[in-house]
Design a protein around this ligand. Structure first.
Ligand SMILES: Nc1ncnc2c1ncn2[C@@H]1O[C@H](COP(=O)(O)OP(=O)(O)OP(=O)(O)O)[C@@H](O)[C@H]1O
Ligand SMILES: [Mg+2]
Length: 253
């Protein structure tokens, strides 16, 4: 199983949207996918018709109150979800007080069999669960919106990834950074300048991916309808962009 994390300390950059749509794209290509929702906002969980209250959630597993197989939900053919809950905050807090908290997700995922890809959605901010996700992962991908960024924030995020590589997970590949809600044909100066700055930056240049995710309302509608973008709007810009992103992610693993 290859484990991929979508992370950015900034909120609202497209982590959940990317996790969801890369999962649907992998599913469409015949792969089995396990989704892990690590965010107390539960946006990924709410993208499916599920009742996580009845079976428990990732926090229950982290606290030893349930096993992963107790809480995993089949949300489509070959598509599985470990749901989150607002209560995950308490689990995060409690595991943080124990030694080796960073390995909590890795230990859970080591036991998973017969799944091709595990995709982990992380919250904004860099809490213990994000460190645990980076520790469990083969690769991290960073969705970023060009207009929102001070480059210092991204330098900080990359520094965290390097520390995880050094201390917790030597295998971690910093897979790449891709721009979301951005169109390369967009003429807006501020966005273009930011993209140029990152593409020519010594640290970030090699990480910037070819694919950008354009603003596309079909992605929002499909999520609300709890449907795959590839059945809801198969020829939309969103469906195309996530096909391209998935291809590029697999090539960078
Ligand atoms: N390509 C897109 N086109 C239009 N809307 C988008 C696109 N990508 C994301 N959005 C919308 O932008 C908002 C933020 O996206 P998303 O929830 O994926 O970000 P996030 O990084 O997971 O946020 P958070 O840090 O709060 O978890 C959502 O309302 C989502 O529907
Ligand atoms: Mg999110």
């Amino acid at each position: 199983m290859q484990t991929i994390v979508f992370a950015n300390h900034k909120g609202g950059t497209g982590k959940t949207t990317s996790c969801l749509n890369v999962a649907y794209t992998l599913q469409e290509r015949g792969h089995s996918v396990l989704l892990l929702d690590c965010d107390r906002q539960t946006n990924l969980t709410q993208s499916f018709t599920v009742d996580p209250g009845s079976t428990g959630h990732l926090g229950s597993v982290l606290l030893g109150q349930a096993s992963l197989s107790d809480v995993v939900l089949e949300v489509g053919e070959g598509l599985y979800l470990v749901p989150s809950s607002p209560d995950i905050a308490e689990a995060e807090e409690r595991i943080s007080q124990k030694p080796g908290a960073e390995f909590a997700l890795k230990e859970l995922l080591d036991d998973v069999e017969a799944i091709d890809y595990c995709l982990i959605d992380t919250p904004g901010g860099l809490g213990k669960l994000t460190y645990a996700a980076l520790t469990a992962a083969n690769a991290v991908f960073i969705p970023a919106q060009p207009e929102y960024y001070g480059i210092e924030g991204l330098v900080g995020l990359l520094d965290v990834c390097h520390q995880v590589q050094k201390r917790l997970n030597r295998e971690l590949v910093i897979g790449g950074l891709f721009f979301t809600q951005y169109n390369r044909n967009d003429r807006r100066r501020a966005q273009k300048d930011m993209v140029n700055l990152l593409e020519t930056h010594p640290l970030f240049g090699p990480l910037v991916m070819q694919t950008t995710i354009r603003p596309n309302v079909s992605l929002v509608e499909a999520q609300i309808e709890k449907a795959s973008i590839h059945t809801w709007a198969p020829v939309s810009a969103g469906a195309q962009d996530y096909q391209n992103l998935t291809t590029e992610i697999l090539a960078r693993l």
